[in-house]
Design a protein around this ligand. Structure first.
Ligand code: IPE
Ligand code: IPE
Ligand code: MG
Length: 254
């Protein structure tokens, strides 16, 4: 994984992850069913994808359905599955035309065939796009990701002494994405909820009370401004500066 550039460009994250939380409460406050909150959540996601693209963010990874969300009432789970089909049929063409590449990360085995086919179609149609890559975490858990990477190590016959961080990272779902820079969670909870555990190691964390359906360009820019002011030290003491006073970029592995 390469280090970020220095200067003004370094202030825009290359890779942003978002836990899109608060849909249910947003709906409850309006005396509406939770699934309506999810529907408005999809609209918020579409807005945010385009805003991220305009701001030069290369990878956006969003938590859409966690390994643990199966524990919700059956009605909500099926409402969410159905929403995938609705969202793909409503927004996919526009995404594809706008240069958005969609990729799904997560355990597809337990997902219904219809949903899997919708995701497969979205991935295939947008595979050649490069304006922004949107990784949709669906039936995803950070622990699941590490387990499946371990399984791949064994399957590939990697010797114990040959296992290092790179060997694991190469087998994680986001193997070819740049280092995670910024991790946002909306909805007021201050926890990771089994999202990108490995990648969160040196990401900057940002929590906001804003409920996901209300998250707009203004809220995104507030998070990006906060990120831009952070001092990422990666274990060092202070920011190194070159002879001309410009900061030397930090990379986690150097
Ligand atoms: C996040 O919103 C979306 C999913 C988990 C699918 P929630 O549904 O968790 O909303 P709250 O946290 O109950 O408000
Ligand atoms: C995390 O939100 C999962 C998604 C946003 C998809 P949850 O609402 O499921 O997380 P907890 O239960 O508050 O930890
Ligand atoms: Mg929640």
């Amino acid at each position: 994984m390469s280090s970020s550039p220095t200067g003004a460009a370094a202030r825009v994250p290359r890779h942003l992850a978002i836990v899109m939380d608060g849909n249910g409460r947003w709906a409850n406050r309006r005396l509406m069913p939770r699934v309506i909150g999810h529907k408005f959540g999809v609209d918020a996601l579409v807005r945010v994808i385009h805003a991220c693209r305009e701001r030069g963010i290369e990878h956006l990874t969003v938590f859409a359905f966690s390994s643990e969300n199966w524990k919700r009432p059956q009605e909500e789970v099926s409402g969410l599955m159905n929403l995938v089909l609705v969202a793909v049929s409503k927004y996919l063409t526009r995404m594809a035309n706008d240069g958005v590449r969609i990729r799904i990360i997560g355990d597809r085995a337990r997902v219904a065939a219809k949903v899997r086919e919708a995701w497969d179609h979205a991935e295939a149609l947008t595979a050649g796009n490069r304006a922004i890559t949107v990784n949709v975490a669906f039936n995803y858990g950070g622990r699941w990701d590490m387990v499946q990477a371990c399984q791949a190590l064994v399957r590939d016959g990697v010797a114990p002494e040959a296992i290092d961080e790179a060997a694991i990272a190469q087998r994680l779902s986001l193997a070819d994405a740049p280092e995670l820079d910024l991790f946002i969670r909306t909805g007021g909870e201050v926890r990771i909820s089994n999202f990108l555990l490995w990648q969160a190691a040196y990401a900057e964390l940002y929590f906001t009370d804003c409920l996901w359906p209300d998250f707009d360009e203004l809220a995104l820019d507030a998070a990006l401004a906060d990120y831009a002011a952070r001092d990422r030290r990666y274990g060092r003491v202070k920011k190194d500066v070159k002879a001309d006073g410009t900061p030397v970029s930090f990379a986690p592995e150097t």
